[in-house]
Design a binder for this molecule. Structure first.
Ligand code: GLC
Length: 614
């Protein structure tokens, strides 16, 4: 079936009533992306096996494209001409839970001045779709893809918010939980009632032996609070695939209806003005016996096909991979493989984030250097998300490949770094807490807000501030879209005494999920909180003024003798030098001159940026 020409009856009949400019735009998009879309979809779902599904997909895309507003359609066309708009150094990100940040979606409108004051151009609001009643993994157990969580607002509120944000130059990013749905989602309820159509949406097994066969090669996400990857379901007398919590049922992407329903839900949200999707748990989409069911080639084909759908029906929208996997596994998420097929525009650089924490704990730049050295160049119009904290734990194991290069005994370093950040080491200034690794020798994750991990409660304010400046300086200069986690702009500490929330279940990650604190925003100018805000704003201004810091600009590590120091150059023009230790570092004369610094000494926990004159 020819998917690259609008004269194909499949398109022609559907679009004949469209205004000529929309028909012309569709024709142009089909020429560029149509054949790719058809080929990818048929590769996943061969037409002889699934007759009529390609036509259903095209119908879905055309009907969503038809209902796209003129404003969003114009944005689509504008971004087709400016595909790397989000990779520029004037971009700045922010992420928050709606309820904790501003109560409701309407409340978020009142925070726009705050976001603007930080230079934010991209706002990621954590899940705001209708969530499961009771425990819901912070909203990641979605009960409806078309309804907003009632306590947060309505679809109208969302549409009003995206429009306001757009006017303020801010793109709204929404989570889309691709891998699973809540057990009170209508698809699950129908499957449980025996509806054969919806039973095919999930992985269900009668025999424990079948489940065990998969378990031998699977990992565990929550080994303590949700061990195993399958849950017994009394209603159907079957085992259900539940990678995360038992109430989150994994979706079966071998079924084309799942793919089409998910793309339909995403385009519906895109038509309400969502400009970016965080593809939650993107690495888990395809399951294959005998594998870890992570990062499989078919998962990438699903994501490539998703991208082709967006290139056709909502090209202004960015796709962001939430794949918390080692750096070496990330290039495919950008579509880089034996050949290049566009996939996600953005991906979290979680190894970089974790390596910064490990380097702070060790007071050594060793691993950070290795991670930077192993970071591949980006394909066109793509960017890393650089970040220091988010709503999840710091997952230490992502660094295993870099450490294993130096021998197995190196894993002890992960345990030591985790102990340091969890405050279990007597010399530690950190107030983090172990996640899913209590009382065992296992290394898993650490929880805590940035400021608490950097000494808010235990160290002197000057050192804490210096360390805050250091970590934010790194994520703002290394290359990518820096995303600030709500509260970090005010050096907000751990949420030790959080009031009961709608999320119900106890989850150690609550430590880094505080509510907005007006007391911090109103504190005196000289307070640590205001000074953190000022220094963060300083980095944003610096970024905006220096296009050399854009994501795609060259990043080059510079040699340096002192193991506490890291130095790198951006775009052959800007040098960043950081001292990752609590001691004064002294550079050699050659280094001082190479880095363009006036003095050879670097204060403890300091970061400097120098621009080479033209
Ligand atoms: C992602 C989220 C995490 C959630 C998980 C399951 O990793 O960031 O918070 O628990 O997905 O949906």
């Amino acid at each position: 079936m020819n998917t690259s020409d609008i004269s194909n009856p499949m398109f022609a009949e559907r679009v004949q009533t469209w205004p000529p400019y929309r028909q012309a735009a569709l024709q142009a998009r089909l020429r560029t992306h149509g054949a790719r879309l058809g080929a990818l979809f048929c590769q996943l779902y061969p037409p002889e096996q699934y007759p009529g599904t390609l036509t259903r997909l095209i119908d879905t895309l055309l009907s969503r494209l038809q209902s796209r507003s003129d404003d969003l359609f114009a944005l689509d066309e504008h971004r087709i001409q400016n595909p790397d708009w989000f990779t520029q150094s004037n971009q700045m990100g922010y992420m928050a839970y709606t309820d904790r940040f501003a109560g409701t979606l309407r409340g978020v409108q009142s925070r726009i001045p705050h976001l603007r004051s930080l230079g934010v151009t991209y706002l990621h609001l954590l899940p705001f779709l209708k969530a499961r009643q009771g425990d819901n993994d912070g909203g990641f157990a979605v009960a409806s893809f078309t309804e907003i969580e009632p306590s947060l607002g309505t679809r109208d509120d969302l549409e009003a918010l995206t429009a306001q944000l757009r006017t303020a130059g801010i793109s709204l990013c929404s989570d889309i939980v691709l891998n699973h749905v809540a057990d009170d989602h209508p698809w699950v309820q129908k499957a449980q009632a025996g509806d054969s159509h919806y039973r095919e949406y999930f992985y269900l097994f009668k025999k424990r032996a079948d489940v065990d066969a998969f378990e031998t090669t699977l990992n565990q996400v929550f080994p303590e609070t949700a061990p195993g990857n399958f849950t017994w379901n009394d209603a159907t007398q079957e085992w259900v695939w539940t990678t995360f919590y038992p109430y989150q049922w994994d979706l079966n992407y071998r079924n084309p209806n799942v793919f089409i329903d998910m793309i339909d839900a995403m385009l519906d949200l895109a038509n309400l003005g969502i400009e970016a999707f965080r593809l939650d748990s993107a690495g888990y989409l395809w399951k294959q016996l005998g594998t870890a069911c992570m990062n499989l080639p078919q998962t990438h084909t699903v994501l490539q096909c998703l991208r082709a759908c967006f290139d056709l029906a909502a090209p202004a929208v960015l796709l962001k991979a939430e794949a918390i996997v080692p750096t070496r596994d990330l290039p495919p998420y950008f579509g880089v493989g034996a050949s290049y097929t566009p996939q996600c525009h953005l991906a979290y650089h979680s190894s970089l984030m974790t390596a910064i924490w490990l380097s702070i704990a060790e007071q050594s730049s060793d691993l950070l250097r290795r991670v930077i050295a192993g970071t591949p160049a980006l394909p066109p119009a793509s960017s890393w998300i650089t970040y220091i904290r988010c709503h999840d734990d710091i997952g230490w194991n992502v660094l295993r490949p870099e450490l294993s290069e130096s021998g197995d005994h190196q894993f002890a370093r992960l345990k030591a770094a985790a102990r340091f950040m969890n405050g279990e080491d007597s010399a530690s200034f950190s107030s983090g807490r172990a996640f899913q690794a209590a009382g065992s020798d296992r290394v898993h994750g650490s929880n805590g807000m940035t400021a608490s991990l950097l000494g808010l409660e235990k160290a002197d304010p000057e050192s804490t501030l210096a360390r805050l400046n250091l970590v934010f300086g790194l994520i703002c200069t290394i290359g990518g879209l820096p995303v600030i986690y709500m509260g970090d702009e005010w050096a907000q500490g751990n949420a030790e005494h959080l009031p009961d929330s709608t999320w119900a279940a106890e989850d150690g990650r609550r430590l880094q999920r505080p509510f907005w604190d007006d007391a911090l925003t109103h504190s005196t100018q000289s307070s640590l909180h205001q000074r953190q805000f000022a220094q963060l704003k300083g980095w944003q201004r610096l970024r905006a003024a220096h296009p050399e810091l854009a994501a795609h600009q060259r990043l080059e590590l510079l040699p340096c003798k002192d193991p506490h120091v890291i130095a790198f150059r951006r775009a052959s023009r800007i040098t960043v030098v950081a001292n990752l230790s609590g001691h004064t570092a002294i550079l050699t004369e050659a280094e001082r001159s190479n880095f363009g610094l006036e003095q050879a000494t670097l204060r403890p926990w300091s970061i400097r940026l120098e621009k080479t004159p033209c």
